[in-house]
Design a protein around this ligand. Structure first.
Ligand SMILES: Cc1cc2nc3c(=O)[nH]c(=O)nc-3n(C[C@H](O)[C@H](O)[C@H](O)COP(=O)(O)OP(=O)(O)OC[C@H]3O[C@@H](n4cnc5c(N)ncnc54)[C@H](O)[C@@H]3O)c2cc1C
Length: 390
């Protein structure tokens, strides 16, 4: 019997496993993930603010994959493609006939000095908890320090994660003010972005809405402001300094470092794959999710999103089953359902492609993110898990 090894139990990995089991793939299936749990990365900013606990956005992998899948809780260190083996941190190795690599994303610092040391990324449960602890401790310290920089928060980047973080932060600020007895008028939130535009994936009118909504609550936006250095307590852009004792680093992501460590031809740890999602070096290896660069019909690559990762996973599983049955694989095609960016739990902007093209803003958007998230969990693991992840 052939062995299919799936690396990573994020959106892509769990979906692959689920599809392989549902379609009764005639193979041994092994899933390797560094934690015992799957987390909803689209909700990490809520853990970073403290609106949700890790339990609210996590699922126990063993509970949801069933007993047809062997689960190994270990960290992948390297993929030895020549010998078709995966090397693990525990020093053991796992051999494969088919491999699905979906190890997800890491924070990108673009080599900016000090970003690693002083910026707080939000890329998994651990980093979200570090960001939460730092924010709370820094705000609480103001009572004794009287240092106004303890009340300043610099959010680096103005993409999806940055804006969703700021929206959630504003929602929780009244609680923080009360809890830590803070002078609300002295709190400052900077959003610092190199590009000319905030939320570049959205229609300009929706961007204006989002920016004005956040500005009206005191957020200061600095676009066309490339960050040149991060220091303890300050974000530097050329000769300008933004003093802040909480620096959230959400400027963008790259793929897992395992890609580079394993010698793939890659850009920002993303491997350009064939249109059936297989590697150009090995037709039995599929690379999907945030570690892949998948060509789209317009000649560019698809963006890396949870929604696209799930669609890729469905195809990768069906292509492996096709190969097991000596059939031809199919190319990746994708129809986006749209994008939703929350501005806290009660507001947001959305562009939806469902029975037409819809541009939505305001309170009616708030439940959409929830519906999209619930749908993803439901499709991944079923109703029971969806209810238990609340
Ligand atoms: C705050 C935030 C909000 C977002 N909102 C949206 C949204 O609204 N809509 C949307 O479509 N996308 C959104 N995204 C993007 C989306 O989360 C990613 O595109 C998606 O998670 C990628 O899925 P993946 O399966 O490739 O990787 P991941 O979800 O990152 O999963 C990778 C898995 O691999 C594991 N892993 C990593 N390294 C190793 C290793 N060396 N060994 C073993 N296991 C390892 C990780 O623990 C994880 O379980 C958001 C991202 C963030 C951070």
């Amino acid at each position: 019997m052939k062995t299919i090894v799936v690396l990573g139990a994020g959106y892509a990995g769990l979906r692959v496993v689920r599809e392989l089991v549902d379609h009764k793939a005639n193979a041994k299936i092994v899933l390797i993930n560094k934690n015992s749990y799957h987390y909803e990365s689209t909700q990490l900013h809520e853990v970073a603010i403290g609106s949700k606990s890790p339990n609210d956005i996590s699922l126990n992998i063993r509970d949801v994959i069933g007993n047809q899948v062997d689960f190994i809780e270990d960290e992948v260190v390297k993929i030895d493609r020549q010998n078709k083996k995966v090397e693990l941190k525990s020093k053991s190795t796992v051999s494969y006939d088919y491999l699905v690599t979906c190890l997800g994303f890491e924070s990108e610092t673009f080599g900016i000095k000090g970003a690693d040391e002083f910026g707080l990324p939000i890329i998994d449960i651990d980093t979200a908890l570090v960001a939460k602890k730092h924010l709370e401790e820094t705000l609480a310290r103001f009572q004794s320090s009287h240092d106004e920089n303890d009340l300043h928060i610099a959010v680096c980047g103005a993409g999806f994660t940055s804006i969703e973080y700021i929206g959630e932060l504003l929602h929780r600020l009244p609680d923080f003010v009360k809890r830590f007895n803070l002078p609300a008028e002295k709190i400052k939130i900077y959003c610092i972005e190199a590009a000319p535009k905030v939320l570049p994936m959205f229609d300009p009118k929706l961007v204006d809405y989002a920016v004005n909504y956040l500005k009206n609550q005191g957020v200061e936006f600095y676009t066309e402001t490339p960050i040149t250095e991060v220091k303890k307590g300050a974000v530097i852009s050329k000769d300008k300094a933004f003093n802040a004792n909480t620096i959230i680093w959400t400027t963008g992501v790259k793929g897992s470092h395992v890609i580079n460590d394993s010698g793939y031809t890659q850009k920002r740890n993303r491997v350009a794959v064939q249109n059936d999602l297989s590697s150009s070096d090995d037709p039995n290896e599929f690379i999907i999710g945030d570690v892949s660069a998948v060509p789209s019909p317009d000649g560019r690559f698809y963006p890396t999103t949870g929604q696209i990762s799930v669609a890729q996973a469905t195809l990768a599983a069906s292509n492996i089953i096709a190969k097991l049955n000596n059939q031809k694989t199919s190319p990746f095609t994708y129809h986006s359902l749209g994008t939703v960016c929350s501005l806290g739990p009660t507001n947001g902007v959305a562009e939806l492609s469902f029975m037409g093209h819809w541009k939505l803003k305001g309170h009616k958007v708030a439940p959409l993110k929830r519906i999209v998230n619930d749908r993803t969990v439901f499709e991944l693991v079923g109703f029971k898990a969806m209810m238990s992840s609340k």
